[in-house]
Design a protein around this ligand. Sequence first.
Ligand code: PEP
Ligand code: MN
Length: 293
Amino acid sequence: MNPKWNGQFSCFDLVAKTEACPRSVIPVGDFEIGGNDFVVMAGPCAVESEDQLMRTAEAVADAGARILRGGAYKPRSSPYAFQGLGVVGLRLLRKAREATGLAIVTEVMSEEDVDLIAEYADIMQVGTRSMENYALLEALGKCGRPVLLKRGMTATLEELLRSAQVIAMAGNPQVILCERGIRTFETATRNTLDIAAVPVLKTVSHLPVIVDPSHAAGVRSLVPVLSRAAAVVGADGLLVEVHPVPEKAMSDGNQSLTFGEFHRMMDDLQPYLELQQETRQFRPQLLAAGGAD
Ligand code: PEP
Ligand code: MN
């Protein structure tokens, strides 16, 4: 292990990788995140209507996704933008789970909503804007559900792991880390996907790491190639936005894939997942070779 990383991250003892705990595997329904499966979570940015959600759920399940994403409570940059359907959206997510067997991941923005959302969600999503909301993180420590913790858009990896440690210290070790792009001086993409975050986090922490290429890219044309990159560098899965008619989406339409695009992306991932096996196999040697700096 790079000695700098050791000093930087080992203090977060509940989430740091150790010989006793090299990898945590989080069961969700009848599959696992952080084990040998590459788990894809897909769906609309926001739950908009029954028709939109049910059609999307069926399409993503058919393409091989295991988890349906969809925001019922939306953190929007503008106070004038659609803020989500709230509990009506949660009920639609439940209906989609019953129809397709997909597990559900949805965002929780406030500690006051944790108990309600935990009744509907299999995984509780913490958005980039909430990564350091400690009241929320502490409440999630007691929610009895796995937490998908998104990296703050201006947060370092150390800060991301610090937030994961807060959830674990509050009683919940089931945290999935998510790289979703960070703010840099680059403006061609919505955020800059920090692809190195994946192997760094997989080296210093036992927690699963997934990548959200949609919020990193901001444009749908880049989503498949960023997904392939995530697969190759060792991510445990993806979080991808998909919409029946992206041009009409109430949020994040520019970065949402159509059903056909998502299906093609899933079909094309396999060779990259095989490369991941090689990366995983060779990881100890690569780290030993590059670990001195
Ligand atoms: C989302 O997943 O739709 C979302 C709001 O993501 P982020 O918190 O990464 O912006
Ligand atoms: Mn979104």
